[in-house]
Design a protein around this ligand. Structure first.
Ligand SMILES: [Zn+2]
Length: 274
């Protein structure tokens, strides 16, 4: 270690040339090893846990509050260079609300009676000549409402970033990156790039919808993407399994929070020994 230290000092003051080709320097090897990681916590909001769109009322009957304890276990780890919390953040006239089904023009392909539409019906709207395929939900996560707040027991780490999504009344946003038509994006990609993040770990609610879309968008943007499965709950249990299988097939890693802690411990040991 001392030899390396002397070499580093000598190189810094110009006594040794830093090689530009061939074997990389120790410093370069270390910085390559030091990949930067972000944790993205998706939509751990009251309405999905105990409110109007509670997972317990969905086909899965999941208890969304069960994600809080495993997320809290990992979220304060020095493993993360950045933590981001996404929030569904809808205006009252949002396209996904069943109570708003009559507000928009039906597309010629729409088969649902918009005057009698029900939760989970698929409607097809025509908004300024754009076809919008939309599953309907109860009004949820309305901006500034209690239902839109993160669960009260979820730890919020200092310096974390909040990503608001779904603000466009006409286009829903399942992903924390893009709206469902990929017409606009949140600040998330820029925030990750500005922090030199290369690896994104994703968790939260709901596995088969917003976590699903966020993880695949992260993957498509070139981030090494990992899903932390015990930190997620979903709308439909079968679709959750399908989602995880598709992720594994497409190159998204699926691990548990215990594995995250093991990686964090290993990294800390390696850094301490350097
Ligand atoms: Zn929503």
């Amino acid at each position: 270690m001392c030899g390396n230290w002397l070499t580093r000092i000598a190189r810094r003051f110009g006594f040794i040339d830093t090689p530009t080709t061939g074997r990389s320097t120790m410093h370069e090897e270390r910085s390559q090893k030091r990949k930067k990681r972000a944790l993205l916590v998706v939509d751990v909001q009251n309405d999905f846990i105990s409110g109007s769109l509670s997972l317990s009322s969905c086909p899965s009957k999941h208890d969304g509050s069960e994600v809080v304890e495993p997320i809290n276990k990992i979220v304060t780890s020095p493993f993360w260079d950045l933590v981001a919390y996404s929030k569904d953040w809808h205006p009252p006239n949002h396209v996904s609300f069943v109570t708003n089904a009559n507000l928009r023009k039906p597309h010629v392909d729409n088969k649902t009676d918009l005057g009698n539409a029900a939760v989970f019906d698929l409607c097809i709207f025509d908004v300024d000549d754009t076809r919008i395929d939309q599953v309907l939900y109860p009004a949820h996560c309305v901006q500034h409402s209690e239902g839109a707040e993160l669960h009260k027991d979820l730890k919020i780490v200092p310096g974390a970033v909040t990503i608001h999504k779904g603000m466009n009344p006409d286009i829903d946003s399942y992903s924390a990156f893009f709206d469902n038509c990929r017409k606009s994006e949140t600040i998330l990609r820029q925030v990750l790039q500005d922090a030199d993040i290369t690896q994104v770990y994703v968790c939260g609610i709901a596995t088969d919808i917003c976590v699903n879309f966020s993880a695949f968008d992260s993957h498509s943007l070139g981030f090494e993407t990992t899903l932390i499965e015990d930190c997620c709950r979903g709308v439909d249990a079968d679709k959750c399994i399908e989602t995880l299988n598709k992720m594994k097939e497409e190159g998204i890693e699926v691990i548990t929070s215990d594995e995250v802690l093991k990686r964090a411990e290993k990294l800390l040991t390696e850094e301490t020994n350097q």
